[in-house]
Ligand binder design. Sequence first.
Ligand code: PMP
Ligand code: G9A
Length: 403
Amino acid sequence: MNLERLFSRRTKVMRPSEIRELLKLTQQPDIISFAGGLPNPDAFPIDEIQDITRRVLEEKGKLALQYGPTEGIRSLRETLANRCRKDGMDASSDNVLITTGSQQGLDVIGRIFLDPGDTIIVELPTYLGAINAFRAYEVNFEGIPLDKDGMRIDLLEDKIEDLKKKGITPKFIYVVPTFQNPAGVVMPESRRRKLVDIANEHDLLIIEDDPYGKLIYEGDFVRPIKSFDDEGRVIYLSTFSKILSPGFRLAWIVADEEIIRKLSIGKQALDLCSNTFAQYIANEFIESGYLDLHIMRIIEMYRPKRDRMMESIKKYFPEDTICHKPRGGMFAWVTLPGDIDTEEMFLDAIKEKVAYIHGKAFHVDGGGASSMRLNFSYSSEELIEEGIKRLGKVIERKLKEAK
Ligand code: PMP
Ligand code: G9A
């Protein structure tokens, strides 16, 4: 059988995700993993979920175990719309679509907006899972570098003008503006407003992906880009994965009603509806006040882990390493001195039983060779220090070899 002939064009451009591939390796108990964006399992609210599950089965079992609407159960959509309004977004339950993780949200956005050959704009670096989701729709990527305040809006404007001269209008700009994955940076309000102005001027959509916005260790909450949107151009995504449990596979999209209708048709073909049982539990978890308490608890748990990672990087990595302390989220972004290629260095790191994701995985332009993403939420503080110490040794060896 000639599979190459049988596979679609789309399948030929798909690539495996480094994060997903590494998950198998890093689940080995003796590896210290800074690779995946995993919550700390010690924080999972198992007792509360147990209580709520019993209650949901007793009170709503016949609904919770049934198929549900594609858009999601009404009560959860309402609860999430209320929370979004508190964050400054103008949303009702009709603006909310429940998805099977934000990963599905990204795919279904690609499904309804992207044709082969379309151009989309992303950050350099950006979330690998978004690159893979959009790549399957055979699009061209244009990357805009970040600085400490997120996407460089001046370069974005230049890029849009350049593309215009070539007769190209991008479909959308995909951003992770708050505690960015992988770089950890936050886009300030002024840039958010400017981004919306640019989208209005050039008739573009903005895809605002926000899994980490509530994991704030210092500083103020920054309003979502969606809260500055008067024209329905911003499609906002968030997820229960980092604030409750990724095993629930539940997330939500907030968008203009017409967009929600089309997304919902796109989703019908993917899974009919997201896990109804989990939706009832998640709604009850929020309504009982547990979610806000849980977020406070994980913030207190992750802040010292972040601090330990920063202190350890200072102690064990070369002096001219670049790493800014993230004010929230789950990741530290590190750029090493010299010509170290972090993809090549990975095998040496694995020999020392420590894992990370190399920087190139997050770049659509082949950049990021000397950078790496380190997750600090998953490991204990002791293992964070030990893992960074081991990585420090690997880096030192690489630098010596290069001399
Ligand atoms: N977007 C970003 C920026 C992420 O970091 C992640 C998970 N790491 C996702 C989307 C997907 O999350 P999930 O499917 O678990 O909701
Ligand atoms: O396990 C995954 O694929 C979700 C995590 C995403 C990430 O590490 O960025």
